[in-house]
Write a protein that binds this ligand. Sequence first.
Ligand SMILES: CC(C)(COP(=O)(O)OP(=O)(O)OC[C@H]1O[C@@H](n2cnc3c(N)ncnc32)[C@H](O)[C@@H]1OP(=O)(O)O)[C@@H](O)C(=O)NCCC(=O)NCCS
Length: 233
Amino acid sequence: MAQKGNNINIQIASEEHLAYVDTILQTIADAAKVRGTGIAKRNPDYIKNKIVEGKAIIALSGDEFAGFCYIESWGHDKFVANSGLIVVDEFRGQGLAKNIKRKAFELSRKRYPTAKIFGLTTGLAVMKINSELGYKPVTFSELTDDNEFWKGCQSCVNYDILLRTNRKHCLCTGMLFDPARDAKPDPIPPRKLGVYERWLRFKKFVFLGGNRKKSNKDGKNNVLKSFFSALFA
Ligand SMILES: CC(C)(COP(=O)(O)OP(=O)(O)OC[C@H]1O[C@@H](n2cnc3c(N)ncnc32)[C@H](O)[C@@H]1OP(=O)(O)O)[C@@H](O)C(=O)NCCC(=O)NCCS
C-alpha cells in the first residue's frame, strides 16, 4: 500500500469543508460493509451540521481527504461521544487516527468540560488510542441512556446483536473518559490488548457464529456476563 502521510493538516472543520461531505460518507459506508466492524452509516445533513457547528475534525493532505471524526453530546450534555472516526486506506498506519482523535478529544474537553467522553468501537486501534487518552472500558450501562444515541446504531450491520441482548452487549466495546476520575491516562499494556483481541473474537464467535438455538441463548448470555465481568472487574 502506498504511504501518503506528508503534510497532513488536521483541523476543526468549517463551512469551507462542506464539499467533502459526500467523500466522507462514501468512505464511512465502504468501511461499514465489512461484517464484524461496528460502524453506523451517517446522514449527509447530520454531517453537514456537525461541520457548520464546528464539531468535526477533518484531515487533508493538500486538498485530498484523509480522515474525519466528529463530536456529539447526549443526555443533556452530560455525555459526549467522539464518533465517525475514519481514515482513508492510503493514510492508515501512520498515526493519523491518533492525531484526529486527540484533536476531537481536546475539542470535546473545551466545549463540554464536565461531560463524560465515550465511544463504542470494535477496533483495537481505537481502543489503544482511547486508553492513551485516559478512557476506560465500561459496560454499556455506564454510557448514556439517551435513546437518540442508541438509535444511531440502527444502521450498523451488527444492530441485531444489540437488540438481542437488550442493549447490554454488542461487538463494540464501550469506553469512557470521566473527567472527575480519569485525568491521568493509563494506557492499556500490550498484554491487555491481547485480551481485548481474544474478547472480540469470542464475541464474534458467540454473536455471529452458527448455532443460535433459543434454548442456548440464556447459557450464552451467562457465559458472556461472567467473561465480561472477569475482564473488566
Ligand atoms: C481504525 C482506523 C481509524 C485507524 O486509523 P490509523 O490512522 O491507521 O490508526 P493509527 O495509525 O493512528 O494507529 C493508532 C494505534 O493503533 C495501532 N493500530 C492500527 N491499526 C491496528 C489494528 N488493525 N490492530 C491493532 N492495532 C492497530 C497502531 O499501531 C497505533 O498504535 P501505536 O501508537 O502503538 O503505534 C482506520 O483503520 C479506519 O478508518 N478503519 C475503518 C473505520 C473504523 O473502523 N473506524 C473506527 C470506528 S470506532
